[in-house]
Design a protein around this ligand. Structure first.
Ligand code: AQP
Length: 337
């Protein structure tokens, strides 16, 4: 059986970017020949400070988003990372396998730490070793990844390979990336060169899955565009895209929400003023997200229901993880008296 692991940080509310780029694909993968584990990676989230009063609610909200988007806790294991201690235990061993030089090459650390590198947490630096542990504690064979995570998955394979060779075993698999069609990268509504992000300080930069119809309409109406009408064709080059990033981003969101190509969207709206296009975009966004938002709100009114799903998921996850960690301890020579 092929096994998939994927995670999402409860570092804020779930965005339309998370949904179109990841979650809706995770829901589809359940219908294929995979056993799926979907994890709220709260230990990753705290690599950047999280308000302890808000974090439990954020974790429930992200879980509610996954469930509302069609992830079925009866067929997939849905849980939060900190509830399965084996992730952190294996991560420590991987901290001792991975090399400082590998971490220094990780572009996400450079982006997230920015100019304040010396001030970033050690956890943010070691993030990819914990991610390797998340995947390998289940010996996951496949990980669905967007472009931004390819480098981390490569590091997971390096860790597996070095562990196997250091200890003279053939224990961890070399996990394969799973590319599910054209990856959707949703950009900020305020700046088309930045990705839409949960942790962006401006709420106007993103559409949250929990937003109601009026909020979505307001955010799309105020989304940045340029004075030109809707492009009549998809961009022919990266330069052309970079010249009108906000215009192509809104077209891309429309295309993803309607399962159309950018060319089809250009055929339909090319030459129209953005005000008209934004109206149509609002209609499809509300139509697609409305039922998801309603179910999310229902679940969030029943936190016990969410917690019960997470508790059961953690138990199921631990059943896979615990024997693997025991074998790893034996391989490494850690005494289990
Ligand atoms: N804008 C996006 N477009 C497409 N896919 C996206 N993902 C995130 N943003 C976009 C995908 O969502 C999954 C879960 O992401 P994550 O929570 O692990 O962290 P992230 O990628 O760092 O997402 P955020 O929203 O930007 O969180 P913060 O602000 O905390 O850093 C991943 O598969 C990711 O590719």
């Amino acid at each position: 059986m092929k096994r998939i692991f994927s995670g999402i940080q409860p570092s804020g509310g779930v965005t339309l970017g998370n949904y179109l780029g990841a979650i809706r694909n995770w829901a589809k993968l359940q219908q294929e020949d995979y056993h799926c584990l979907y994890c709220m990676v709260d230990l990753h989230a705290i690599t950047v400070f999280q308000d302890p009063k808000a974090l439990p609610q954020q974790t429930r909200e992200v879980t509610a988003a996954l469930l509302a988007a069609g992830i079925d806790p009866k067929t997939s294991i849905v849980f939060n990372q900190s509830a399965v201690a084996e992730h952190a235990q294996l991560a420590w061993i991987f901290n001792c396998v991975a090399r400082v030089g590998w971490m220094n090459r990780m572009t996400q650390f450079k982006e997230k730490a920015g100019k304040h590198r010396e001030n970033a947490s050690l956890g943010l630096y070691a993030y990819p070793a914990l991610m390797a542990a998340d995947i390998l504690i289940y010996k996951a064979t496949h990980v669905p990844v967007g472009d931004d995570q390819k480098q981390h998955l490569e590091l997971t394979r390096d860790v597996a390979q070095k562990f196997n060779s250091d200890y003279g075993v053939d224990y961890f698999p070399l996990t394969e990336p799973l590319i599910y069609g054209a990856a959707t990268r949703v950009m900020s509504l305020r700046d088309g060169s930045k990705k839409m992000s949960k942790s962006d300080p401006s709420d106007m930069s993103r559409i949250n899955l929990i937003d109601d119809a009026d909020t979505i309409a307001g955010k799309i109406r105020k989304a940045k565009t340029d004075p030109e009408p809707v492009p009549v064709a998809p961009p022919a080059s990266d330069e052309e895209r970079a010249a009108r990033p906000e215009a192509y981003n809104l077209m891309g969101i429309y295309a993803a929400l309607t399962d159309k190509s950018l060319a089809e969207v250009a055929d339909e709206f090319g030459g129209a003023p953005f005000s008209a296009f934004k109206g149509a975009l609002t209609d499809v966004a509300v139509a697609v997200m409305g039922p998801i938002t309603a179910e999310m709100r229902r679940l969030m009114d029943h936190p016990d229901e969410i917690d019960a799903i997470l508790r059961r998921g953690a138990e199921d996850a631990r059943e896979i993880a615990a024997p693997i960690l025991r074998e790893v301890y034996d391989i490494v020579g850690l005494l289990r008296p």
